[in-house]
Design a protein around this ligand. Structure first.
Ligand SMILES: Cc1cc2nc3c(=O)[nH]c(=O)nc-3n(C[C@H](O)[C@H](O)[C@H](O)COP(=O)(O)OP(=O)(O)OC[C@H]3O[C@@H](n4cnc5c(N)ncnc54)[C@H](O)[C@@H]3O)c2cc1C
Length: 388
């Protein structure tokens, strides 16, 4: 194996998906000598960051510690969009509909609606509490509410476009001089006295610091996290629209109608010209291996999605899916994030920031990770995610 000269890079970023591409870009903005390595060629459809859209929110029911990350991410995407002309975030609004909030577990937290409202009040985030009649009046896409739901509408929430965010951050990082190596698998990350030795399929890379953001492959890249991470196959489904008008004017939504994952689904407004609408549920029954995960989605899985969730709740949506995709959640205890140092060295930061809700935080998280690694100072936005 060949070896780069010792100390060539200030920082190596391993995994260039949502978190890694953000960290790489931010490190380049700080003028560091940086290398980014990915086994595939991001954005790609083998990890956790594909499928056109992700919901973004500002008041985060998963915990107050996430709010600054989401707000900072929105600001970064606005800056990047202005600089590149790419549309990265769409503030079409976000709607949360919940029945039986106190018993309803969402992303590891009971009382998700109450927690979201409390966060909105604490951080002064514009929102409205809206009742079922008003939800159906203002957003005709939705019908079939029972009348006892609680609604929360956030006009500054909406959707982000994950593939575009990753492509733009990697493009900007390259433009600023990053050494980006795709199709290069990292085999091990080994801290030593003078930094980090990264063994890859293309030779050994040396850097003073490393950030490891391997998504669903983190259990393999960072054995110290393996017992705490579970990987779950999730599916996304696109359905045709009989009536695109209602679906284009809709916000993104999470609809928790029963206190179980199978009683919850979420979705997105129709993208202009697409003639389809994307919906998804969550499952936490069966874990998977990211290399062996079944990427094909059966027609019966889309039919189940339609029959369990869409039928009788979304107006003007056809029952036969036009397409579907499988994607991996990497879930940490409490559905939280893990950001901690390698057990043998502070030179390596290990990041697992998914649990089904990580994309909206990725740009801010990448900035904080780059800053912490290059400045050697603990970043306040990361403190809550270190359990060591
Ligand atoms: C179906 C689905 C729906 C979701 N919905 C939302 C949502 O609405 N809102 C939200 O905020 N979040 C959502 N999420 C979560 C969010 O998408 C993830 O948190 C985020 O994309 C994870 O980013 P990541 O950088 O950790 O992983 P990824 O983007 O998957 O990146 C990991 C990268 O590491 C690389 N890699 C792995 N191993 C190696 C190796 N050995 N060598 C080199 N490279 C390696 C991979 O190739 C990959 O490119 C959803 C996730 C899924 C799957």
């Amino acid at each position: 194996m060949t070896s780069e000269p010792s100390g060539l890079f200030d920082l190596a970023v391993i995994g260039l998906g949502a978190v890694g591409s953000a960290c790489l870009y931010q490190a380049l903005r700080r003028g560091a000598r940086v290398i980014g390595i990915d086994r595939f060629d991001p954005p790609h459809d083998k990890g956790s960051s594909h499928g056109d859209t992700r919901i973004t929110r500002q008041a985060i029911g998963e915990g107050d510690e996430y709010v600054p990350l989401a707000l900072r991410s929105h600001a970064i995407w606005d800056e990047l969009a202005a600089a590149t002309g790419e549309r990265l975030i769409d503030r079409c609004g976000f709607l949360l509909i919940v029945r039986g909030d106190a018993e309803n577990l969402h992303h590891g937290k009971l009382g998700f609606h109450a927690r979201t409202v409390a966060a909105a009040r604490r951080f002064n985030i514009a929102h409205e509490l809206i009742d079922p009649a008003e939800i159906m009046y203002r957003f005709p896409l939705f019908h079939g509410l029972k009348g006892d739901e609680e609604g929360y509408f956030e006009p500054g929430g909406g959707q982000v476009f994950p593939e575009r965010c990753i492509a733009v951050q990697l493009g900007e990082a390259r433009r600023l001089g990053a050494d980006v190596r795709t199709g290069c698998e990292v085999l091990s990350v080994e801290p030593d006295g003078s930094g980090v030795a990264i063994r890859t399929s293309g030779g050994i890379v040396r850097a003073a610091k490393a950030v490891v953001a391997g998504g669903a492959w983190m259990p393999r890249l960072a054995p110290s996290l393996a017992s705490r991470l579970k990987i779950y196959r999730q599916t996304l489904h696109w359905f045709p629209l009989a009536d695109p008008e209602h679906a284009q004017a809709a916000p993104t939504w999470i609809w928790n109608r029963e206190a179980s994952p199978s009683g919850q689904f979420y979705g997105f407004p129709s993208l202009p010209g697409s003639g389809e609408i994307k919906c998804a549920g969550e499952q936490y029954d069966q874990t998977c291996d990211p290399d062996g995960v079944r990427r094909q989605v059966d027609a019966s899985e889309s039919a189940d999605m339609f029959n369990q969730h869409v039928r009788g709740r979304l107006r003007g949506v056809g029952s036969l899916a036009t397409r579907a995709a499988a994607c991996c959640y990497t879930v940490a205890p409490g559905s939280d994030f893990i950001v901690e140092h390698h057990p043998e060295s502070d030179a390596v930061t290990l990041v697992s920031a998914c649990s089904g809700h990580g994309f909206k935080h990725s740009a801010g998280l990448g900035e904080a990770l780059a800053s912490q690694a290059l400045d050697n100072i603990a970043h306040p936005m990361l403190a809550s995610f270190d359990a060591t």
